[in-house]
Design a protein around this ligand. Sequence first.
Ligand SMILES: Cc1cc2nc3c(=O)[nH]c(=O)nc-3n(C[C@H](O)[C@H](O)[C@H](O)COP(=O)(O)O)c2cc1C
Length: 362
Amino acid sequence: MPLADLMMPLIRLVDPERAHRLAIHALKLGLVRDGPLAAADPALRMEVFGIDFPNPIGLAAGFDKSAEAWRPLLNLECGFIEIGTLTPRPQAGNPRPRVFRLLEDQAVINRYGFNNDGLDVGLRRLGDRDRNAGIVGINVGINKDSENQAGDFATAVEPAAPLADYLTVNVSSPNTPGLRDLQAADQLDKLLAAVIAARDAGAGTDRHVPLLLKIAPDISRDLVHEIVEISIANSVSGIIVANTTLERPDSLASQNKDEAGGLSGAPLFDLSTKVLAWTYLAAAGRLPVIGAGGVDGPDSAYAKLRAGASLVQLYTALIYKGPGLFRAINEGLATRLRTDGHATVQEIVGIDAERWADRAAD
Ligand SMILES: Cc1cc2nc3c(=O)[nH]c(=O)nc-3n(C[C@H](O)[C@H](O)[C@H](O)COP(=O)(O)O)c2cc1C
């Protein structure tokens, strides 16, 4: 067992924000290497929006907000990582404490509020990266005091485009007042037109940089349909479903369950997978969907893919299960595919979408 996995129970005794900083430092010092990288299993390869992913399991935004540890993170056998959310200007975020473990629920509530070193610093840290050493997406947002939200998103997207394998426009954090309102149809249309133009200006004509939209799980099926149509009309390359939820399922047992902020982890799985299936069905093959929310092992990753995800992201389970999780999911996924008689991940994408969507109507 790698040293980092042995340390996991001890790290959990530390305040969660401090534990997060310790994890970033340990990664930077090279203490979290999980042995040599295994050869990529061809069954797990996925080509999505023109990018060839070695496996479909990525690290979601929020763990490496300021692009400090992307290099060692890529050694954990994740198929890709998403750094950010980076905002145009550096930002301190909300007062502490602002992140809470819900151990009994295998969940987290956070109200960080986009604390990050700012776009310039984040991009500088990515500047010397070897493009062949792993897939890095850049997730951008806006400062809390933004007075021109679409303009500020565009300001962030343009310089990020040349350094990104893909870009994510985050309109779904619950911790920046007014941000989620940008998901409404008329606002979203204007926003996407502005960021796509900024992407094209930044990336130049010789390179295509896919631009994704990340949405909240707390939305109606009607709004999902509108978001999908507006995204397609604006040439968005994919939709990430979902960010954290403001819901508090009745099942929550931890004493921290009433803290303000976004809930992530196991209790988010059903809700986010339902909205994922809605998005997949609405898109009807016109754009891919990336599934995030409550993935904690091979079974939940397999279910996300079957519900309609072409790629999967996770964050919270890493806190409870440690850095060996990506490898464990990849091994388990490959076994499940073979046992069920599938040659590739692509074959299972969406085969349970109707079931998940109907279940939503219950
Ligand atoms: C502590 C924490 C911080 C997060 N910060 C961000 C962020 O800055 N930007 C973002 O788009 N999502 C952020 N997220 C949301 C995750 O990227 C992900 O969408 C969500 O947590 C659901 O996945 P999970 O259940 O596997 O954690 C954060 C999540 C957590 C737990």
